[in-house]
Ligand binder design. Sequence first.
Ligand code: URA
Length: 214
Amino acid sequence: MSDLFSRMEPQAPAGQDREPATLAELYDLMAAAEPPGPGVGRFVPGEGPQGAPILFVGEQPGDQEDVQGKPFVGPAGQLLDRALAEAGVPRGEAYVTNAVKRFHFTQRGKRRIHEKPSTGEIRKERWWLDKEIRLVKPRIVVALGATAVQALAGKALPITRSRGPYRWPDERDGYITVHPSYLLRLQDPHERRTAYEAFVGDLQRIGDLAQAGG
Ligand code: URA
């Protein structure tokens, strides 16, 4: 194995020598290993059927996800659900999770302002994400945005140039697309519509690839 690849390999956290046998066990271990603190929310596990053909990886839970304890239930999740429906991909075929399982934020008065997870935080959670993917056993692993790409590829890649089918370093079939929050941030209605349609197109292709076996 080359030095470059071994550096990209997810590393087990110190003291973590147990191989979790189930998703429930994995999430219990993760929640205990990563306690909340100031500016760090509750542990939000992935959600969906084990054996789902498609596994989506987002960045981290947002404010709503932290409140409800479920991934992708806020505005970005609602947009993802709508786009999946338009693409003809049943929500029941998807497992949704995040590269980082806790909301990172800065408190400003009553508001909690989203903070992007650091490279160190992303790296720390890669081993767990890898175990999660092995337990769900999807046919295709989809990165939604830059943080998920960094977690899955072990390095940063430009979304615009890498968008489309992608083979992850562990040889798993994958796909890179934008994060739904990116679409929500676009101000110009025409630009937003065009970007949304391209996202639905990605989801259709992902659905086709998952049916074809990845
Ligand atoms: N954004 C994410 O990346 N994940 C969520 O669960 C919600 C919003």
